[in-house]
Write a protein that binds this ligand. Structure first.
Ligand code: NAD
Length: 289
């Protein structure tokens, strides 16, 4: 079987072109969608993530500022910055790059972001809206996965979607999105580290979402022939002294057995950034309603 590649890069380009008219409509009303990115400390991976995100905003002519705080910043100082950004009309979205230093309560910080600027979709109000089937700001990675599947005409209706991983950022929200009547209408199984006999479930999947954070974990023995595989993982490994990024799927092992596969890189990753832009545009549009 030929395994087709579901390019997130291609899907993200389609999303950006659909955003052009929405952005110019906002600009006609004097609104430039703006993102405030808060970066605490000097974590090199976080630096790269924030740079990639803000670069995209700049290239689209949108506003973005990075608020850098020292690793030793107190929780109160960080909360006070969030409180200022909540009322700053130049920013429609606030992103706090995770992870935060250990002395800071991440949940408290994320919950301090006003839900109408919570473009990462992590606030309990937005998580609650999603879980009752009225999504507002949906976390960018699962939202991006739904977009890729739609872009490549992979219909979830009546299919069995198996998700590996139950994080609030990826696994749980994608399991809800896929199950919602108007979005996926799929039958969903959510697997996690407590799942006994993972293969029993993963081999039933028409669409398997691997979001467990374990390099090349899912090989051909985990899937059925013709399955669509969504590889969410971003794992850095060393190969013969060189550092390399791989997903949670062993792509060589499943090629020829899966019907389609999101690559790593250039799969889910680019869609995550694209959806951050989309959520920020959506937040700016709330001002027009
Ligand atoms: P996480 O560590 O918060 O959650 C991992 C989940 O996988 C947990 O719920 C755990 O129960 C489950 N799990 C772990 N090992 C398992 C096993 N052997 N069997 C079954 N379940 C198992 O991770 P996360 O934040 O959800 O991220 C998952 C992966 O996705 C990571 O590689 C991360 O880097 C990547 N990621 C990619 C993007 C992107 O834009 N492409 C965005 C976010 C996360």
């Amino acid at each position: 079987m030929e395994t087709s590649i579901l390019s997130g890069l291609e899907a993200s380009k389609a999303l950006y072109s659909s955003l052009e008219s929405r952005i110019s409509h906002l600009k006609d009303h004097g609104i430039i969608p703006g993102l405030a990115a808060v970066l605490v400390g000097n974590n090199p991976a976080s630096e790269i993530y924030v740079k990639n995100k803000t670069k995209k905003f700049e290239s689209l002519g949108l506003k973005t500022d990075v608020f850098r705080l020292e690793e030793t910043v107190s929780e109160d100082e960080l909360l006070s910055l969030i409180s200022k950004l909540n009322t700053d009309s130049e920013f429609h979205g606030i992103l706090v790059q995770l992870p935060l230093p250990k002395h800071i309560d991440s949940e408290k910080v994320l919950n301090a972001i006003i839900p109408t600027k919570d473009v990462d979709g992590f606030h309990p109000e937005n998580a609650g809206l999603l879980s009752i089937g009225k999504p507002r700001f949906v976390p960018c990675t699962p939202k991006g996965i739904m977009f890729i599947l739609k872009h490549f005409n992979i219909d979830l209706n009546g299919k069995h979607v198996v998700v590996i991983g139950r994080s609030n950022i990826v696994g749980r929200p994608i399991s809800i999105l896929a199950s919602l009547k108007d979005l996926g209408n799929a039958t969903v199984t959510l697997c996690h580290s407590g799942t006994k006999d993972l293969k029993y479930f993963s081999k039933q999947a028409d669409v398997l979402v691997a979001a467990l954070g374990s390099p090349e974990f899912v090989d051909s023995s985990y899937i059925k022939e013709g399955a669509c595989l969504v590889d969410v993982g971003i794992n850095r490994i060393e190969v013969e002294g060189n550092s390399k990024i791989v997903g949670d799927v062993n792509q060589d092992s499943v090629t020829g057995i899966a019907s389609s596969l999101t690559p790593v890189p250039k799969g889910v990753g680019p869609m995550t950034i694209a959806m951050l832009v989309e959520n920020t545009v959506l937040s700016a549009e709330l001002l027009l309603n």
